[in-house]
Design a protein around this ligand. Sequence first.
Ligand code: NAD
Length: 246
Amino acid sequence: MARLAGKIAFVTGAASGLGAAIARAYVAEGASVVIADIDDEAGAALAAELGNARFVHLDVTSEESWGAAIATCDSIDVLVNNAGITTLGSIEECTVAQFRHELDIDVLGVFMGIQAALPKMKARGGSIINMSSLAGISASANLVVYNAAKAAVTLMTKSCALHFAQKGYGIRCNSIHPGAIHTPIIDKVLAQSDDPEALYQSFVATHPIGRLGKPEEIAAIAVYLASDESAFATGAEFRIDGGASI
Ligand SMILES: NC(=O)c1ccc[n+]([C@@H]2O[C@H](COP(=O)([O-])OP(=O)(O)OC[C@H]3O[C@@H](n4cnc5c(N)ncnc54)[C@H](O)[C@@H]3O)[C@@H](O)[C@H]2O)c1
């Protein structure tokens, strides 16, 4: 029996990287997946490839865009707030414009997504999964904006989990905290560095397992959190980081 049979999942940032791996794993487990992304070409191509999936354009920074994308769904069982960016730099290097831009996507995008999807989830309950990061729990000098954004997602998740539990909605809300996983976001971060090779090796060195993670290793926990197997898990931080936080 497929672990997500009959479930409808809405995954943001699903055109690439972790979101694409999650969409792929969800379809393999029997879910019907809405691939939501700002990248129309890659999103539509993935939906066509996966079959039991469709693409919808979404800019997570726009309330109107959220309204239009969610309106295409009759109901939603699983919302994965995965879309995100990473700005490299310390408190002396990052600008206010960079801070606003990243928090618009990584934090406000999650807030608006939960607000928009909730009315479609209340009737039969479900699971909300927010993609935080190891950087949402522990800090790096050169990730000041990302640390602020992902820490906000960590606690927003717990606040929502408490609210849903108190209201008896049957909706769980958890966060995933990956270490460095080799996706295009890593290449974008390396491109911001003066010495990409040294930065890459520093990523590897912080993971005792001795390598970066693979997208499917994060998709596996996203399947568990979407499934009824995780019925007693809410407000929790799921770290998958090759031992980086030990
Ligand atoms: N890869 C890692 O090492 C890692 C580690 C921890 C957390 N994360 C988090 O995982 C999530 C996915 O990262 P990834 O590695 O797959 O990155 P990625 O760059 O491969 O994918 C990000 C996706 O988000 C989409 N996106 C960006 N802005 C958007 C917007 N305004 N509206 C809608 N979609 C938008 C992009 O088009 C892209 O498809 C992010 O939240 C990231 O912070 C990644």
